[in-house]
Design a binder for this molecule. Sequence first.
Ligand SMILES: Nc1ncnc2c1ncn2[C@@H]1O[C@H](COP(=O)(O)OP(=O)(O)OP(=O)(O)O)[C@@H](O)[C@H]1O
Ligand SMILES: [Mg+2]
Length: 344
Amino acid sequence: MNIGFTYNVRHVKPDMDDPQYIMEAEFDEPATIAGIYDALQGLGHTVFCIEADHSAYKKLHDLRQQLDLVFNIAEGMHGLDREAQIPAMLEMLEIPYTGPSPLGYALGLHKAKAKEVLLAHKIPTPRWFTARAAAEIRPDNVDFFPAIVKPLGEGSSKGIGSANLVGNHADLVRVADDIIRQHGQSVIIEEYIEGREFTVALLGTPPRVLPIIEVTFDALPAHMPKFDHYEAKWVYDDPQHEADPLVCPAKISPALAKKISQVCRHTFQALEMADWARIDLRLKKSTPYVIEINCPPGIIPDPRENSRFPRAARAAGLAYDGMIAAILKSACHRYGIKYNCIKK
Ligand SMILES: Nc1ncnc2c1ncn2[C@@H]1O[C@H](COP(=O)(O)OP(=O)(O)OP(=O)(O)O)[C@@H](O)[C@H]1O
Ligand SMILES: [Mg+2]
């Protein structure tokens, strides 16, 4: 098949003092783009690479007669709805693509709107408050501590450091003010759920739940709070660090696995997902609380990188190319297109 591949790639090396890196933090490494390209080609497809920059519309427009489907992992360029930009172009050009419609992408990135939908569906999610300015945060609208403060629409732990877990009003206002200034966007303040953390990969439409991953924090130094913040990622990314923070399949009872799977399938459908997504949850008194949904989730090809979606796929018996093929197949099925590849 003729497969378009839309992506955003990092052009600079990780450096928190480089504004271009901060802008591109969510973008994929060149090695990830190369790995996906190889997998698509290895499946027998002719691949058309389209970097999702300002020239993307013209490139897609010119290729629209040739492309059977687009495999989309683009993060988008600017604004809170940026992940919806490439899907919106593809809708306009009537080119089929993987993943949800623009609505699903925009909802996924807007942590508060996503939670409003979850609440309407009675899916448990931590209590929250959003603030455009620190002055809006008062003891009467945030009375849940400890609390965690996050930028409203970021991913990849951007803006989430260990100091974002706060125990009182004064610290909350200070951290929120810093985030609002640094990221130029609102913050979401959530009740901090102390319990075990899980991340769940879903594949297909309707999706099947891949083996559940528990994210553990026991190997973090004692002074570090036990959640997935920037500093924790540095610890785990250090090649000297041997402990694997992920347990897959998670060691949980069949009853809990069933409960988590049900909540995840319901969340996938409520947030208008398609083909694939990864959901982060935390457990409080045996109830799984949905923290957020990621689509496109990260899919770093090198198994040593412990990328979560491919890790769950491997536990389900799917190699990297089989995982990509399953995403393509799911999209083809939704569009009523026959899926052809050399490998089944
Ligand atoms: N309400 C909460 N209660 C407990 N921990 C939380 C809560 N919200 C976030 N966290 C912690 O912070 C981490 C990052 O939060 P979140 O998943 O919202 O950010 P993200 O940057 O979008 O993540 P990702 O790296 O998955 O894109 C979570 O994995 C979890 O460890
Ligand atoms: Mg997350």
